[in-house]
Design a protein around this ligand. Structure first.
Ligand code: LLP
Length: 411
């Protein structure tokens, strides 16, 4: 179930936002973001647990600032993300999990003093050579994967990510040749974990391999904490997760007292804090199906098309309706696959109504593109005190073209 329901107050505020800033617009709720951050940082209180935010979920600087203010570091997966993170936290709080990185990216990260998490044996060798007498972390392939869709399962045996468990010893030796100590191990089994048992088993596995690493200081268990998208989905019970995991960590600390534990969720922090607000501009009866055509598309929210993901859709203008009708909710991209929802029950909807795609705070804006040469959505933050701040302006058509001509050096 989405984190909140539309009330008269929310409907009024969204309507004003649409009037003032236009649509489509991503709207974020600071109170929900802060609640999510506090929920997580309140866990494992008496244990050396650190929280990183996986900024790929949403990297609007105004949101990153708020995440950093709650004491979170950043999980990053490119030099660009790591550099962005360094505007908000010290380099030690940035964890850069590389994936097929180039030598240039590696050297830049080393120079910036960012913690590198290395995911292949050959890259580890290159790192040790380039940066002797240093430290790094390695990403392990735990051979346990999970995720809301096959495209986001990462820890499975055949995954492209991570170093094989049977290569750990050799990794330690290769690094040691250059005086490099492997002080961290990392895993990330996938995103939107469906079966928490898989996460728990992978945690056990990481704890059991730790003895192979004499210099270990941190174990990073990755992200993947799911959120409810469908009305029938149950929220991931973080307290239960803590209750099961804390004793494992405590007993591990008895033999490894200097080790820290890290988690790096993205979706759990941003997902329910954001919605994509759009206006229905075309209603069309195609015989068997009634289409609601919106002013956005998979260029702005790709999850339904890419992963068949469900986003709850609410008619903000007719939120009080007590009946529903079935609609195809379509985007404005010139592809027949640009459908947000099929046979979806929504309040009776007419042209001009505002609809909100719920739980779109994570992997919404960061995955948006300019396909069909359309501008990105605007972004707006509703602050805890109820005031509204625009945190990204919408580009005009002229600005889009200026940028195109300038980047293509077209005169
Ligand atoms: N750590 C690493 C190394 C990751 O690759 C990811 C996500 C995370 C942490 C954060 O995962 P989370 O807690 O957000 O599940 N675009 C997809 C999700 C891709 C996730 C990629 N990696 C979606 O829209 O569902």
């Amino acid at each position: 179930m989405p984190a909140f329901i539309i009330t008269q107050e929310v409907s009024n505020q969204y309507t004003e936002i649409a009037q003032q800033f236009g649509t489509p617009t991503y709207i974020y709720h600071e109170n929900l973001l802060n609640t999510n951050l506090k929920t997580l940082s309140g866990l494992f209180k008496d244990l050396p647990v650190k929280w990183l935010y996986a900024m790929k979920a949403n990297d609007n600087p105004h949101l990153l600032k708020r995440v950093a203010a709650q004491g979170f570091g950043f999980d990053t997966v490119s030099f660009e993300e790591a550099l962005l993170g360094s505007h908000f936290v010290v380099p030690e709080k940035i964890f850069y999990t590389e994936n097929n990185m180039t030598d240039g990216e590696m050297m830049a990260a080393i120079k910036a003093g960012i913690r590198l998490n290395i995911g292949s044996f050959t890259r580890l060798k290159k790192f040790a050579e380039a940066n002797p007498n240093s430290t790094c972390s390695i990403r392990i392939k735990p051979d346990i994967g999970d995720g809301h869709h096959s495209k986001v399962v990462t820890g499975n045996k055949d995954s492209k990510f991570g170093i094989r468990i049977d290569q750990i010893e050799e990794s330690v030796q290769v690094a040691a040749k250059f005086g490099v100590k492997i002080t961290g191990i990392h895993m990330h089994i996938g995103s939107g974990i469906k079966e928490p048992k898989n996460l728990l088993n992978a945690i056990d596995k990481m704890l059991s391999i730790a003895s192979q690493l004499p210099d270990l200081k941190s174990i990073n268990f990755g992200g993947g904490l799911p959120i409810p998208y469908l009305p029938a989905d149950k929220p991931f019970d973080v307290q239960e997760f803590e209750a099961i995991t804390a004793p494992k960590l405590k007993s591990f600390l008895e033999t490894h007292p200097n080790v820290e534990f890290w988690f790096e969720p993205g979706r759990y922090i941003m997902g329910n804090a954001g919605v994509l607000l759009s206006r229905v501009n075309t209603k069309k009866d195609q015989g068997n199906k009634v289409y609601l055509g919106t002013d956005t598309g998979f260029n702005h929210l790709v999850r339904p098309v890419m992963y068949d993901s469900y986003h709850h859709i609410v008619n903000v203008s007719n939120w009080q309706a007590t009946t529903v009708e079935k609609f195809e909710v379509a985007g404005n991209i010139c592809e027949s696959g640009d459908i947000f929802a099929s046979d979806r029950e929504i309040a009776p909807t007419e042209e001009g109504d505002l609809v909100a795609f719920m739980d779109a705070g994570a992997y919404g804006m960061t995955m948006a593109s300019a396909y069909n040469r359309r501008a990105l959505p605007a972004e707006v933050l509703i602050k805890e005190d109820g005031s509204v701040q625009q945190i990204r302006v919408r580009e005009t058509a002229e600005q889009m073209l200026d940028e195109l001509f300038s980047k293509t050096a077209y005169k």
